[in-house]
Design a protein around this ligand. Structure first.
Ligand code: GNR
Ligand code: NI
Length: 172
């Protein structure tokens, strides 16, 4: 397993659409494990392959509560096959937009079809934090960041703050 560096916006690789995997083979299974290790190391609850510079449709999530045992889900080619009409607002952050947070509106629950680590087709119904996180990760596969779902004004504000913060960090 390996901990990989996470790309930070405005890296152009975060804007590209990722391609489906042909199957979950040994290479993809290894990628899933490296992503999980990278996510845990960064204290994230989700990670998408484009965030580590891999343009393939693979995501990992673990939204367990504090003090609960690990509960990782690793998915290839995740697809939202149903979304509730009802919406919900959640405060989101992103490892690729570090230390910036904003309220994002999304469907309250989604039904997702994906390939698991054994290359088996699976479906889950996800709401709450799991639903938010899976939708956030699938957005990454389509080159979309949570800030792209905000008003232009809010997005520009966050991106300016992020770039200022990154400049300060680089000169520290
Ligand atoms: O760690 C993360 N926390 C988070 C909080 C609210 C909504 C979405 C997320 S996902 C984020 C990790 C990340 O950037 N995944 O792409
Ligand atoms: Ni993210």
């Amino acid at each position: 397993m390996a901990i990989l560096p996470i790309l930070v916006a405005p890296d152009p690789r975060l804007k590209q659409k990722a391609v489906p995997v042909a199957a979950v083979d040994e290479r993809i299974a290894r990628l899933m494990d490296d992503m999980l290790e990278t996510m845990y190391d960064a204290n994230g609850i989700g990670l998408a392959a484009p965030q580590i510079g891999v343009p393939e449709r693979v995501i990992v999530v673990d939204v367990r509560e504090r003090d609960q045992p690990a509960n990782p889900i690793q998915m290839a080619n995740p697809e939202i096959i149903m979304a509730s009409e009802e919406l919900a607002v959640c405060e989101e952050g992103c490892l690729s937009v570090p230390e910036q947070y904003a309220e994002v509106t999304r469907p309250r629950s989604v039904r997702v079809r994906y390939l698991d680590k054994q290359n088996e087709i699976r479906e889950i119904e996800a709401d709450g934090m799991l639903g938010v996180c899976i939708q956030h990760e699938i957005d990454h596969l389509n080159g979309t960041l949570f800030v792209d779902r905000l008003s232009l004004l809010k997005r520009n504000m966050i991106m300016r703050k992020l770039q200022k913060q990154q400049r300060l960090k680089a000169s520290a």
